[in-house]
Design a protein around this ligand. Structure first.
Ligand code: HEM
Length: 489
């Protein structure tokens, strides 16, 4: 390696200054936009040094695969985040854990229940939540929605799926305290892990600041984040345990592990299980909500795509019954629409950061140990070398082929040994809600005060790790030709 280091130079990047490196250039918000612009200047791999921390931005899917997939034995660590992990304690759950035994134990505890062979057992839950979602949407008599009010209903549907599967918890209200506390954790996660947003991540010594000193507000933020996080994880797990003792729990990931025949679950393993289970909730909530809200927006903006997807459902499933997850294989255009939403509006535009465990050399470039690796997922999904006319929303680009759609899902759900363990489950939850909504309802653009329809102009907002489409309005009304289906919901 040291020989490689001598022969190779660091990847190109913005000018580095003594001591501070390229800190001035590090974008504070919407970093993926700046990194995408830099691609024109510096190329597929960009190097930044922020106050001594090496950062490598990857702007190409094939490079991400070469490094994060093919060399996953050294690219699967997470960076040590001072704000999110050390101060707020969010690395007690495995998405932020360092690569190693504790990460492996937690990941195994949930991934075995979310593999493609394990998930058919959740179809009924997902289909039932999709129906309940449509009923709630139609119970709004005005039929007009702001994205904010619709998001509450989407959140309820998505969270009900995951809480049911992980804890066996029956979620019935958007105001449920478990749900409210969990969404707060998600907001905190997104906020505290945002690349470049916390000065203490760049100057770790600041964590020793006395809390009375001006500028130390981040210490209180971290304390508040930690106490809400630990409380909600404990309470949710305790709920499953209490209901297990009362023999009330339906089999869930937690109850299955706790009641497995002949197994002794130690206190230490229980603790790992409680964090692993919450990781599924945390990983699956905002990512799915963002994707589904972007789907609604796409249907408002591209009515011809909506009509084509609905026509496919009518042709394949007919109008006498609701689509189910068993129909998924026979509905390639509907799957293409979901895929195109994930490509056009990626909910995690910079993925989750990986960290390099030892010095490496790639294409004659030296990549130092402990580099934070940021995959620019947004650019990879808008790369004109991979996707023809990437700025056009066009689900037909996949020709209905799974192999073409995989070019998107292989990027959206992350890389290597850290790849999202909930991806198959997520695809089913979203598909079920999309197909049930399209079969029973029409999604229409909003109208102005004169009754004239208009197309909202919306971009992705929120500068945390997970982003959402900006505010918009729409109308959702029942399809007259499927009115008899509403009785099935
Ligand atoms: C549209 C939906 C989803 C998207 C776009 C998404 C995306 C991602 C991404 C980009 C990562 C980081 C991978 C990496 O480090 O390279 C990830 C990790 C993770 N996801 Fe998902 N995810 C989704 C749904 C879900 C669901 C439904 C669950 C659970 C039921 C889940 C659980 C997790 C967990 C636990 C991790 C951490 C993996 C680790 O660090 O080992 N995700 N996801």
């Amino acid at each position: 390696r040291s020989k490689g280091k001598k022969l190779s130079s660091l990847p190109p990047g913005p000018k580095r200054w003594p001591f501070i490196g390229s800190a001035f250039h590090m974008p504070k918000h919407y970093a993926w936009r700046t990194f995408s612009k830099w691609k024109e200047v510096y190329g597929n791999i960009i190097y930044l040094d922020v106050l001594g921390t090496p950062i490598v931005v990857i702007n190409s899917a094939s490079t991400a695969k070469d490094l994060l997939d093919k060399r996953s034995s050294i690219y699967s660590d997470r960076p040590h985040l001072v704000m999110a992990s050390e101060l707020a304690g969010l690395d007690q759950a495995f998405p932020l854990k360092q690569y190693g035994e504790a990460w492996r134990t937690q990941r195994r505890l949930i991934s075995q229940h979310l593999s493609s062979s394990a998930i058919p057992k959740y179809h009924m839950i997902q289909e039932s939540e999709a129906s309940k979602f449509v009923l709630r949407v139609l119970s709004n008599k005005g039929l007009r929605w702001t994205s904010e009010s619709l998001r509450k209903q989407v959140e309820l549907g998505i969270a009900a799926n995951i809480l049911n599967v992980t804890y066996g918890y029956p979620l019935n209200s958007a105001d449920d305290p478990f749900l409210r506390q969990s969404t707060r954790v998600m907001d905190d996660f997104s906020k505290t892990t945002e690349a470049g947003a916390w000065i203490v991540d760049m100057i770790p010594q600041l964590k020793y600041m006395p809390s009375w000193m001006p500028g130390s507000g981040f210490l209180k933020t971290a304390r508040d984040v930690r106490s809400n996080y630990e409380a909600v994880i404990k309470k949710l797990f305790q709920w499953t345990k209490d209901n297990l003792d009362n023999e009330m729990a339906i089999p869930s990931i937690c109850s299955t592990a706790l009641s497995a025949k002949g197994s002794y679950v130690s206190a230490a393993l229980e603790e790992q299980l409680s964090f692993a289970a919450f990781s599924a909730l945390g990983g699956g909530l905002d990512t799915n909500i963002s994707t589904f809200m972007s789907f609604i927006l796409a249907m408002v903006l591209y009515p011809e795509v909506q009509a084509k997807a609905r026509a496919e459902i009518d042709n394949v499933v007919g109008t006498l019954r609701l689509p189910t997850l068993d129909d998924k294989e026979s509905l390639p255009f509907v799957r293409s629409v979901v895929t195109e939403v994930m490509r056009f509006y990626p909910p995690v535009p910079l993925g989750l950061p990986h960290s390099l465990q030892q010095d490496d050399v790639y294409n004659d470039m030296f990549l130092p140990k402990k580099s934070i690796i940021l995959p620019n997922v947004w650019y990879m999904l808008h790369d004109p070398e991979v996707f023809d006319k990437p700025d056009i929303f066009n689900p037909s680009r996949y020709g209905g082929l799974e192999s073409e759609m995989q070019k998107v899902t292989d990027i959206t759900f992350g890389f290597g040994r850290r790849v999202c363990p909930g991806r198959h489950f997520a695809e089913n939850s979203i598909f079920s809600m999309v197909a049930t909504l399209l079969a029973t309802c029409e999604i229409l653009p909003p109208s102005d005060s004169t009754g004239k329809e208009y197309k909202p102009e919306v971009s992705m907002v929120g500068s945390g790790t997970i982003v959402f489409c900006g505010p918009f309005e729409c109308t959702i009304k029942p399809r007259p030709e499927s009115s008899h289906l509403l009785g099935e919901l």
